[in-house]
Design a binder for this molecule. Structure first.
Ligand code: ADP
Ligand code: MG
Length: 399
């Protein structure tokens, strides 16, 4: 958007709409309401985590014309909380209200083929490449796949998350079989890389093209799902952190992004960075910002979409976030339903519990997260280890 089309600043008292009613929408609603905005959530689920705390809840499918019309009548601006909201829905809303991020940016982020093409285009400006890959959309794309991409990971271009929609393949026969099992939908085959770790950067970019960022996070995944995020001095080498920030900003600039964007990176064993994927919204790895920074990623989402100033979000405390998956609600051996030991966890200093109001715990389902802040990296690591042990989680400090 050129400066000439920058929408007017929306002050508290306006109504902010969000597509999607999951936990990210809920935390956005909390941030918006704390600042005096009214909120409207569109989500088909009448019991969605964000819908239950919002002033308005439009129960409709994302492409339902009446639902979209209602949202655009209620809201003075609209954002999104998950990347699989149909880009057409955002494009149609944009005819009536400012929408950030825009449909095009979301369309790129929700399709690994377009996303990787964007990363490759940006590689010179960003200084960070993506993994070597091939696009597989048709049968005749299988044979020319370079041998160097095996062993590799076949990923569906669309709708993958938390490790779903991907499979490791070591031979051409396995590749063909996996692609057939995925229903021959468009996919990318990525070289499997020797990872030493993973990190991510959250950038907020305004309508005027100015951006700010949080310090990069170091992330540990278990079974393809984010388990632990750690952000303190020494959690990443300084040069690596700087490189990740520069790349994330270039990636946001390259699509004229407006809103909060998370860019995820692999750290290779030789220290090089590889850009993995981006999420056009706040991200699970940024939840620590609620308690450890002067301004959370959700407040920056509000500021970016309303045109309020984007201040540099200083981190005031070292932090660790432990994701709380539904598995914690089942006893380890018997599998019987249990309530995690919240009172004992909250007796530890610097623990901040965030639960998303989901009534049914299922294994692998994100139910909440625990932020731990403290005066030093050693202090937060020690409390994180105690909290993990009380919750029956593996020792997070081993990451
Ligand atoms: P999702 O959308 O499910 O998060 P990702 O592409 O981020 O999909 O993959 C999930 C996890 O799988 C990553 O966080 C990483 O741990 C592992 N992974 C993905 N791609 C590769 C790769 N090319 N090489 C090694 N590990 C990978
Ligand atoms: Mg990922």
């Amino acid at each position: 958007m050129s400066p000439a089309t920058v929408p007017p600043v929306l002050l508290p008292g306006s109504t902010l709409g969000v597509m999607g009613g999951g936990q990210l929408g809920r935390m956005f609603v909390h941030a918006a309401q704390a600042m005096g905005y009214f909120t409207a959530v569109l989500d088909p689920d009448p019991d969605s985590p964000a819908g239950r705390v919002s002033h308005h809840h439009v129960h409709a499918d994302y492409l339902d014309g009446d639902g979209l019309a209602r949202l655009s009548r209620l809201a003075d601006a609209v954002t999104t909380e998950f990347e699989n909201v149909p880009a057409e829905a955002l494009a149609s809303l944009a005819g009536d209200v400012p929408v950030a991020p825009g449909a095009e940016a979301v369309a790129i982020a929700q399709d690994r083929i377009r996303e990787k093409a964007h990363f490759s285009r940006c590689a010179e400006a960003s200084g960070v490449p993506c993994a070597p890959y091939a696009v597989i959309e048709r049968e005749d794309h299988l044979a020319p796949v370079p041998a160097a991409l095996l062993p590799g990971i076949l990923k569906t271009a669309r709708l993958g998350y938390d490790g779903k929609g991907q499979r490791t393949v070591t031979t051409r026969a396995e590749l063909a079989e996996a692609w057939a099992d995925f229903g021959r939908v468009p996919c990318v085959l990525e070289q499997r890389l020797p990872l030493a770790g993973e990190c991510s950067v959250i950038v907020a970019r305004g309508h005027d093209g100015r951006s700010v960022h949080f310090p990069p996070q170091r992330n540990l995944h278990r079974d393809g799902i984010l388990a632990v995020t750690e952000v303190h001095e020494g959690s990443l080498p300084a040069a690596q952190a700087q490189q990740a920030v520069a790349a994330a900003r270039a990636i946001a600039d390259g699509i004229g992004y407006v809103g909060v964007l998370c860019v995820e990176f692999f750290v290779l064993e030789d220290g090089r960075l590889i850009v993995n994927e981006m999420a056009p919204r706040p991200h699970n790895s940024g939840h620590y910002t609620i308690d450890a920074c002067e301004c959370s990623q959700f407040e920056l989402q509000v500021r970016a979409m309303t045109g309020l100033p984007l201040v540099v979000p200083r981190q005031h405390s070292p932090a660790i976030m432990l994701n709380l998956l539904g598995d914690l609600w089942f006893a380890p051996v018997s599998g019987r339903p249990v309530e995690p030991a919240w009172a004992r966890v909250l007796a530890l200093s610097g623990t901040h519990l965030h639960l998303y109001g989901k009534t049914e715990a299922r294994r692998g389902r994100k139910m909440g997260h625990l932020n731990i802040t403290g005066p030093s990296a050693e202090a937060v690591r020690a409390v994180a280890a105690q909290a993990a042990s009380l919750l029956g989680l593996p020792d997070s400090t081993a990451c």
